[in-house]
Write a protein that binds this ligand. Sequence first.
Ligand code: GLN
Length: 532
Amino acid sequence: MKFIFVSGGVISGLGKGITASSIGCLLKSRGLRMNAVKIDPYLNIDAGTMNPFEHGEVYVLEDGGEVDLDLGNYERFMDLRLGRDNNVTTGKVYQAVIENERKGEYLGKTVQIVPHITNEIKRRILAAGEKADVTIVELGGTVGDIESMPFVEAARQIGRELGRENVLYVHCTLIPITGTVGEEKTKPTQHSVKELMGAGIRPDMIVGRCAKEISPAARAKIAMFCDVDEHAVISCPDAHSIYEVPIILEKQGVVDYIVSRLRLETAPRNMDRWERFLGDVLSPKTEVTVALVGKYTSLADSYLSQLEALTHAGAQLACKVHVKFVDSDDLLHCDPAAILGDVDGILVPGGFGIRGVEGKIAAAKYARENGIPFLGVCLGFQIATIEVARDLLRLEDADSTEFEPGTRDPVIFIMPEQAGVTQMGGTMRLGAQRVLVKKGSKAATLYGSTDISERHRHRYEVNPEYIERFEEAGWHFTGRSEDGTKMEIGELDGHPYFVASQFHPEFKSRPGSPSPLHLGLVEAAIACKNNH
Ligand code: GLN
């Protein structure tokens, strides 16, 4: 059981998650069993209720955990399947401690941050460590934040208890370049390391984010003042693709350093698959543009897994996928052709609430009528179904009861057996569920299987009363839940690619094994472009 703690300083948003994921990717490529934990010092129990506009997307795990998007990076870079316990938040920790206190488990002691909160944090980290050779623990936020202090203290104690050959501390900082000669400034890094040392943690490795490669002089200075080995000062310049970062780190000896410091026994390096994938990402032979029609389009992170799934699908086809972010409301104020006329495919992702819905419906209509490849995911599946109902079934008022509770034609609604539970909350269908796919359908071809499992995060379903009429109109439900009552995939007749799913295929997309439905979209987009 070995741990690598990854902390950050100077500013947030340094790509600490990508650094942590990349280190994990490299160690995994040496045959080590990996696990990863993300620590989020906020008070929320999980990311389920958090606004994607502020925090980026809510990532969904197999077990239904709604977690920070960094867990998506871990799963993609280390090809892992994580669970909700891999995301530790202040909310979860305090909840557990307070529940224990109420049960009298602390035997009359005064319950305090140290040792009760820190012990609970350690318990969770150590439990994750049991499952792997090496566990990466990423400390969210920056060192010095009030909220992260108990976590930093727990990380320090684990280092002390397990010993230096079992625990390694990596600190990520920013190295700004200023002045007319473009000199790298190491002072912020020095201050940040001082802060970390003040909390009792001496970093073993420093990863400096810098616009360019860090010069030997700056490297020496950081090593000297921060008291780390010179070859443990790593430069992480801006990369063309996040998938290049493992290679950038490896070239600077990151793996060798970690392997010797933690006395790891490794297998021969195997990065063949990763390098092939990276080659396809970096030197595509063709390109297409896909419109992503959403409402959080000003923060690309709110659709992170969709973007990654498009990258994975594109790489498989040696195609660069440019994404055009379209604010769905714009489609109501302007002619959709003016906005979507130049794209080769349209993707409508998931979402909640009524804002932007009519614009998404307009996008689906435009795609359907003009033969533009279309993929709808979750809410995208529901709005495609509403659009088909309004236009092909001639049910003008067709809607989801989420947006129009009194609609005459609730083609999307809450299943009666779910309706009772609404009051108690917890009605969301979450996590991996089996989907049976119709033989001979596009989906069956793309998945290469008629029995699949995909992740869910939604409340509303297709109303079974309308299914027959949809099927007659050519909107076929080619994927259904195990018991046949819930519609999972829709495919439209007579269209090059008009496909939508109630589940989220983007969450299981990986470098080298893309989401089948995204692959279908990009394939169709390439064909669509070549035809024009
Ligand atoms: N709002 C819809 C529902 O709850 C879709 C959710 C989503 O797209 N994730 O069913």
